[in-house]
Ligand binder design. Structure first.
Ligand SMILES: Cc1ncc(COP(=O)(O)O)c(C=O)c1O
Length: 478
């Protein structure tokens, strides 16, 4: 039997199951970060449509999407037809053109729009197709800028522990998430990792000010130890996603990082792939925490993920320097950089976000989301060790030994609790959120819903999570 025949036979066979789509995917689709059990034993959900903050599977069952896809569907699922009209018009007018020494209306207008929204002199936009690709561009821009100003020895980057920046080789090298990185080493050389801003395990009684002082002291000593003139840039998310909604301990934290960058000639890159475009109640997380980076990396929310799009916003100073340098251009390119259809979708997305007051909605409702989820955390204090976050990005760290701040293996391990009780409970109540075992072995539950969420949606989200925790705890005998 040829491979072709085998494929056809299998498709015929599975078409006799309810839809056959899950089986077809299991047979042919290589999925992102998806364990083998999902291809073999587990049920594979097939989502077929969305509406507001919910998605529906092929049997018509509704799930509240507490994760906005993957931290990215800012508008939820109701605006596809409107964005689709803009996409269709662009496809009819000009489905493709490059931004290599030419331009077209969507790329030019979107770059102008982003420049208006971005803080300070961040006025120049290079487009890519996703977050990792955008971080690659930021790495190369930082290196080229440093070379152009006679600082060619600056090839290193400092990132933070547990942080996630993507899976392409440069972006992966920045990752502080060892599990994602280590089997592919050696990677891009010269990346060092500093502490992130997680306070839960800091010494008892340490104040936020003391945490900030500790973190800035550690960062400066790393810079000095590496040799300041070897470091091109520091990259940080305003609110670190991996590790669980890690916000700065005090406003002085990012001001202090900025001051160290200025003192030692290091560029400051804000990875705003998640925090960009409204998640914290401002257009950018760096505005929310009041600091001025030299570059912002964005993706996800720029087009509410209705189209793949990302990019880097750089300061006038960086781009002018590079253009005046020996190469005379930014020495980087992508066939799909500034794709007209993706840019048209993003322009429409931003127009809708402004029209509907989506960013303002996040600012207004964040305190209510915090209040409702704090109640959930308090009600389930037996298993919730820490509840933290900001804006529409919140995390619960689960522990059973509160004194040690750890999930103990007895009576049930963290992995078994998540796999046998929490994940099934979330499916039972119909709630999508991110559940992971964090770097320290504790279960982490993250919510990062669409930014169009209303008070009623917040009530529903909190009730669903409460029910899932109740079912999972009872099932595990906790
Ligand atoms: C902060 C951050 N940077 C970069 C990335 C990588 O983005 P992408 O998956 O689009 O390559 C992600 C993905 O979740 C992210 O959260």
């Amino acid at each position: 039997m040829t491979l072709q025949q085998e494929t056809i036979d299998l498709a015929d066979a599975v078409s006799e199951t309810p839809s056959g789509l899950a089986e077809i995917a299991k047979r042919h689709l290589v999925m992102n970060f998806t364990p083998a059990s999902k291809y073999r034993d587990d049920e594979l959900p097939v989502f077929v449509r969305g509406e507001h903050c919910s998605v529906f599977d092929e049997s018509g069952r509704r799930y509240f999407d507490g994760l906005a896809g993957l931290f990215c569907v800012q508008l939820g699922y109701t605006y596809g037809a409107e964005v689709g009209d803009a996409v269709r018009e662009q496809l009819a007018a000009l489905p493709y053109q490059t931004t290599w020494s030419v331009t077209h209306p969507p790329a030019a207008l979107l770059a102008q729009k982003i420049a208006k929204l971005a803080p300070g002199d961040l006025n120049r936009v290079f487009f890519a197709s996703g977050g990792g690709e955008s971080n690659e561009a930021a790495i190369k821009l930082a290196r080229q800028y440093q070379q152009t100003i006679g600082q060619g020895s600056r090839h290193k980057f400092i990132a933070r522990r547990v942080a996630y920046h993507g899976t392409s080789f440069g972006a992966m090298s920045l990752n502080g998430m060892t599990a994602v990185r280590s089997m592919f080493e050696p990677l891009m050389s010269g990346v060092r990792h500093t502490h992130n801003t997680k306070r839960y395990r800091r010494p008892e009684g340490e104040t936020p000010e003391q945490t900030t002082a500790f973190l800035l002291g550690e960062l400066e000593s790393l810079i000095v130890q590496e040799g300041p003139d070897t470091i091109a840039a520091i990259i940080m998310e305003p609110l670190q996603n991996a590790g669980g909604s890690l916000k700065p301990p005090t406003p002085e934290y990012f001001a202090g990082v900025r001051a160290l960058c200025d003192k030692y000639g290091i560029l400051m890159i804000a990875d705003e792939v998640i925090t960009g475009f409204g998640r914290l109640g401002r257009w950018f997380g760096s505005q929310h925490y009041d600091f001025q980076p030299d570059m912002i990396v964005f993706a996800k929310g720029i087009a509410s993920a209705y189209m793949p799009l990302g990019g880097v916003i750089a300061s006038d100073r960086i781009i002018e320097t590079v253009l005046d340098g020996p190469v005379g251009m930014f020495n980087h390119a992508l066939t799909y950089g500034g794709h007209p259809v993706a840019c048209a979708a993003a322009l429409k997305n931003l127009e809708i976000m402004e029209r509907e007051g989506v960013v303002e909605n996040v600012a207004e409702l964040s305190p209510y989301l915090e209040e409702r989820l704090t109640n959930v955390a308090q009600k389930h204090a037996r298993i919730v060790g820490d509840f933290r976050g900001d804006g529409f990005h919140r995390s619960f760290e689960l522990v059973t030994d509160h004194a040690a701040k750890r999930w103990e293996a007895e009576p049930i391990s963290a992995g078994d609790f998540v796999g046998q009780h929490l994940n099934p409970a979330l499916v039972e109540v119909g709630l999508i959120c991110r559940v992971a075992i964090d770097a320290e072995g504790n279960p982490l539950v993250q919510v990062s819903p669409p930014l169009v969420m209303t008070r009623a949606d917040i009530d529903e989200l909190a009730d669903l999570l409460d029910r899932a925790f109740t079912i999972a705890s009872a099932g595990a005998g906790l």
